[in-house]
Design a protein around this ligand. Sequence first.
Ligand SMILES: C[S@@+](CC[C@H](N)C(=O)[O-])C[C@H]1O[C@@H](n2cnc3c(N)ncnc32)[C@H](O)[C@@H]1O
Length: 382
Amino acid sequence: MIDPDGRLRRLVDELTDSGELIPVWRASFLAVPRHRFLPDTVWRPAGRGLRPLRRVDDPQGWLDRAYERESVVIQVDDGHPDGDRGRHITSSASHPGVVAGMLAVLDVQVGMSVLEIGTGSGYNAALLATRLGASRVTTIEVDPGLANQAREALCAAGFGAVTVIAGDGVLGHPPRAPYERVMSTAAVTEVPYSWVAQTQPGGLVLTPWATPYYPGGLLSLTVDGAGIARGGIAGDVSFMWLRGQRPPPTYTASIDTSAGTPSSTRLPAHDVAGIPGAAFAISLKVAGCALIHRPMRRGSGVLWFVDPSSGAWASMSYSDDASTGEVRQAGPRRLWDEIEVAHQWWSEVGKPSLDAWRFTVTPSGQRIEPATASATLPGWAG
Ligand SMILES: C[S@@+](CC[C@H](N)C(=O)[O-])C[C@H]1O[C@@H](n2cnc3c(N)ncnc32)[C@H](O)[C@@H]1O
């Protein structure tokens, strides 16, 4: 029995009721028991880190985790945690609602072949296999241990004909190209051209797209007969990075804020960090700047802006009770000043939302520009 106590059906009903799961995928979600793709040790957030949840210690808790509408962490610290303490999430079975949403946008039809980058648990590959047939699904995982686990889980669940490759997904998998669909489940800032090159004309490349400032949108690109992909952001998603595009780490704990030049601002924190269209535009204008949000007591916190390559930083302490935020900045760039200028530009050109931008990926790289000539944004310098 794949669903002895009805957990799977309850999850599928919840996803259907929330609108995340569209009818065409319902039978697939009912046919793939998510717990069969989870390792015996998964990880849960605990304080500022992660702690293991072992099936052997808490079988019910482990099973509950599998059927919650949450992502489930299946690897921390690239498989090398410090004992029972995890610091960074390096693989997860994605939130089932996000999986359903991405599959809806992927728009697969029977007969298509799909390349997935980021096998993780293998759950998504299994879902694809139910619709397309396992032999039409190729999936690549950079971590060999995870690739093995996923291969075994797929075999045990009857999807042994899925091709699981242990390798760097940035290269795609030319031997089985072309694909009608290429889908990454790890975020990029630069779409690898190999994904476009390995997609059939008329096919789609779907990937989470993010910068160290902008947390992420789902980028959908259509590939034309000349091997050029065009498209835009089709919704908000937040994913872990594709290894190789992980931004450099940013440390704020060791910054001596007393060394920064103080000033104040009337610009609310939400306006520069909480509005996707603004964050996207600022991230394009203030290149190389990472945003870190440290919420504190209710309605207060600190936004950090860090450029790891130059060492410049700025902080903006805000509180809902105060009409101004306190700014400090130091280093070769005045990052807060740059943020304010970029935000002002975004406001003056009519606060464009994410769909005002078009992405083009060619063999010589990726371009992001205003979507239409009529929406050309004065002052946009690329
Ligand atoms: C969000 S998880 C994938 C979830 C997965 N699709 C599932 O159904 O469980 C992202 C995965 O991408 C993998 N990954 C990161 N960089 C990669 C790369 N360069 N090539 C292939 N896989 C990569 C990570 O190891 C991680 O397992």
